[in-house]
Design a protein around this ligand. Structure first.
Ligand SMILES: Nc1ncnc2c1ncn2[C@@H]1O[C@H](COP(=O)(O)OP(=O)(O)OP(=O)(O)O)[C@@H](O)[C@H]1O
Ligand SMILES: [Mg+2]
Length: 361
């Protein structure tokens, strides 16, 4: 049997651990149609927590219900590409060419600017309306997903939001799902560029419970005919800290070790797998997360790393010799960036596994 684990960004894992029920509201929204709250959803969470995979899961649900799906990553010019996708869908649906002849949105060079010129924005909206009317007549609708909204200029996001709001007002069947780091989303909502998005359903992704990881590992290993003791499975599950990327890495290297050793895993091979998984996690996630933060942010994290569990704001302030309002400013910034998370009243903890150990070295 092939190694089922997928330690690659965006790759759908063999099982979505700890995500039961999260897309129920969205699924219900698809049944209700235009204006249902679940059709407007924002997925947030730290790096590697599984945002892209959740978007794919939502897309699958939408397709299964007969909805059309446009899936884009928010790189400059993405709005023009969504326009092109809409044109293509209109053609595919076979109701003849759009009423007015509209040429591709990005081909004319608009794709690289962050804003459609006003006359093209009108075309964009008209194309959307036309497509949505066709889909509506078939009893379905359109879901647009936009990943990594932290990576793009606000103008495009707010233009998309304004158009979608328009479609909703017209009673057209449209769904919109964004995914991004918490920082992007709080900025977006605070800047007032797209106030109607404040009503969106928020799905904030967290680590899975260790017990669920244990169950998932047990099932997958037994399906693969791998012999491993319950204690060793628990040890491996523990090492993932419930963090999706590490679940895939640990699972992947356990499978690889089992393959080498006649499909049996002992203590030594489990430990080797865990060590390899943690090294890769550091390389891929931790170093990239730290690459774009300021020196002061780094000092804040270093102060946290001197402690074993969650850190109180007061303790961090003492190490940094900073006033509470300054500490709180950095705290909010690091939470928004998905590096730390609040851990009870006045305390914070690391949101990325391996970060503490890395900072200590
Ligand atoms: N619920 C889950 N259970 C198990 N593994 C998961 C789950 N969600 C995601 N994964 C795995 O975790 C890894 C990261 O997932 P994904 O790329 O969706 O994260 P992300 O939040 O989009 O990360 P980034 O911030 O880097 O874009 C992938 O290897 C994926 O297969
Ligand atoms: Mg992603």
């Amino acid at each position: 049997m092939q190694n089922p684990f997928k330690p690659t960004a965006g790759a759908t894992p063999p099982e979505l651990v700890g995500r039961a029920g999260l897309l129920d509201e969205f699924e219900y929204g698809l049944q209700q149609g235009s204006g249902a709250p679940g059709l407007l959803t924002i997925i947030t969470g730290s790096r590697g927590i599984g945002k892209t995979v959740m978007l794919s899961a939502a897309e699958d649900i939408a397709r299964a219900q007969g909805w059309a799906v446009i899936s884009r990553t928010a790189t400059p010019g993405f709005l023009a590409r969504v326009g092109d996708d809409m044109l293509r869908l209109l053609e595919e649906l076979g109701d003849g060419p759009p009423a007015r002849k509209i040429t591709a949105f990005s081909a004319a060079g608009f794709g690289l600017t962050t804003q459609l010129p006003p006359e093209r924005a009108v075309d964009w909206r008209r194309t959307g309306q036309e497509l949505l009317r066709v889909l509506d007549s078939k009893g379905t609708g359109l879901v647009i997903t936009v990943d990594e909204i932290h990576a793009v200029d606000r103008t495009e996001i707010s233009q998309l939001a304004a158009d979608v709001q328009h479609f909703i007002r017209d009673g057209l069947p449209i769904g919109l799902i964004f995914a991004g780091l918490p920082s992007a989303v709080s900025d977006l909502l605070n800047e007032g560029v797209a106030t109607f998005l404040r009503r969106a359903d928020r799905i904030n992704l967290h680590e899975a419970a260790i017990a669920e990881v244990t169950t998932s590992f047990s099932q997958l290993f037994s399906q693969g005919g791998i012999t491993i003791s319950h204690d060793l499975i628990s040890e491996a599950a523990e090492a993932t800290e419930g963090y999706p990327f590490l679940i895939q890495l640990v699972g992947y290297y356990l499978w690889l070790e089992a393959d080498k050793a006649g499909w049996t895993l002992d203590q030594a091979s489990v430990q080797r797998a865990i060590a390899t998984a943690q090294r890769r996690n550091t390389l891929v996630v931790v170093e990239s997360a730290l690459s774009d933060i300021s020196d002061r942010d780094r000092q804040f994290l270093d102060a946290m790393a001197t402690q074993d569990g969650p850190s109180a704001a007061g303790q961090i302030g003492a190490v940094l010799k900073a006033k509470p309002n300054v500490v709180s400013k950095y705290r909010n910034r690091l939470i928004a960036a998905g590096l730390i998370e609040s851990a009870g009243y006045g305390k914070v903890d690391f949101a990325i596994p391996g970060l503490r150990q890395y900072l200590r070295q």
